[in-house]
Design a protein around this ligand. Sequence first.
Ligand SMILES: N[C@@H](CCC(=O)N[C@@H](CS)C(=O)NCC(=O)O)C(=O)O
Length: 240
Amino acid sequence: MVNLILYGTESSPSVRAVLLTLRALKLDHEFHTLDMQAGDHLKPDMLRKNPQHTVPMLEDGESCIWDSHAIIGYLVNKYAQSDELYPKDPLKRAVVDQRLHFETGVLFHGIFKQLQRALFKENATEVPKDRLAELKDAYALLEQFLAENPYVAGPQLTIADFSIVATVSTLHLSYCPVDAAKYPKLSAWLARISALPFHEEDNLRGARLLADKIRSKLPKQFDKLWQKAFEDIKSGAGKQ
Ligand SMILES: N[C@@H](CCC(=O)N[C@@H](CS)C(=O)NCC(=O)O)C(=O)O
């Protein structure tokens, strides 16, 4: 009997990486929604459990684990029937770990958080050009990661795909749609992951919520571009 409680909000990309992993592993869990605007994550009880006050935070019995990457690795290590999603082989694991660190350092903290700061703290009215350039560099790197394989860390689906898709789908639907002509492999990968039966409920729904909030701050002339991004993710444009 699994006794897992996940704390967070479904709009958070990091939370969605955990939801995708829980679903892939078919693990029963409770989801406790935290109202981040109201500061639920800063309440004394939550700070006792996670002094870093980030979501996702997973409670497993007496233990509290935070940081999505630590959580998803833990879930596979502890509960998976096989090591497919997080291979034990040292070299294969190193590739998955590299992709997970890429998500943390480059995609999430290096780009996504900076974009969020520009828009929601510094009240920028358009996507800063230097950040957009960094994002396109990151898309180009992902295109290279996917050059020879259908998934970001090799021939099979791993937790690195869950971590990266949660952030990339949000970026695709908000700040910068993945252009299938420039990044055909990345676009095809996005479509491939989108075809997973649980992707809509565990990732896209929350990604849309956050993307709508982001786009409401950005100029309306890009709406057509984003409309296309929404359609592409459904139709699997660029599939190869
Ligand atoms: N690298 C962390 C990022 C977590 C993170 O920054 N989450 C945001 C929501 S997307 C958060 O909790 N922000 C509130 C805070 O930092 O107080 C992870 O993967 O879990």
